[in-house]
Design a protein around this ligand. Sequence first.
Ligand code: PLP
Length: 220
Amino acid sequence: MISEKLNNLQNDIPENVTLVAVSKTKPIEDLKDAFEAGQRAFGENKVQEMCTKWEHLPKEIEWHFIGHLQRNKVKYLASFVGLIHGVESFRLLKEINKQAKKNDRTIEVLLQFFIANEETKFGLSFEEAKTMLQSDEFKSLDNVCIRGVMGMATFTDEKEQIKREFSGLKKIHQELSTDFFNEQTNFDVISMGMSGDYKIAIEEGSTMIRLGSSIFGKRD
Ligand SMILES: *Cc1c(COP(=O)(O)O)cnc(C)c1O
């Protein structure tokens, strides 16, 4: 049962780690069950699906967009999205800023880094991120707030490799934090860890884990 799984997980993870329930492909009823069990942060990776679920569920829910976000779709979620995990280009960040401004709000985002040994995973390199953060154009973006970093490890059974990739992301976070953010800016999120690797992620310093199948069961 969903509520039981959530309770067990909540007992299992440290207090400073936020659990995002990844509800992609799952029916509204499953999200309702999780909501009733106290879950507030939900992760989706398709814009249309997230918008439909947002319409049908309580407005207290914090919606996390965790997928690859196309620039032309930012406008559909800009009024309500809580956190966009996957910012992997300056152009996307600028579009988010533009749509946030139209909605008279600030949108919180994470910079996605490429940490895996796989070509299919999106993300910035450390150098790209630094160049962006140093630029005057970046400093003029008043309607986005960068809350931290996000990354996905390689899909493998090699624990040491996963550990290395997560600790690499932690290091990126630390360096950016020192160079570009001060204590007032709340650059405090490290989003890493999924159902298969969240324990390693927590050991390596994760503050936000994104779990789907371990809460809702396998996806089709
Ligand atoms: C689907 C997905 C998850 C959750 O995956 P599980 O293995 O089901 O926990 C986490 N993060 C991202 C970016 C995803 O797309």
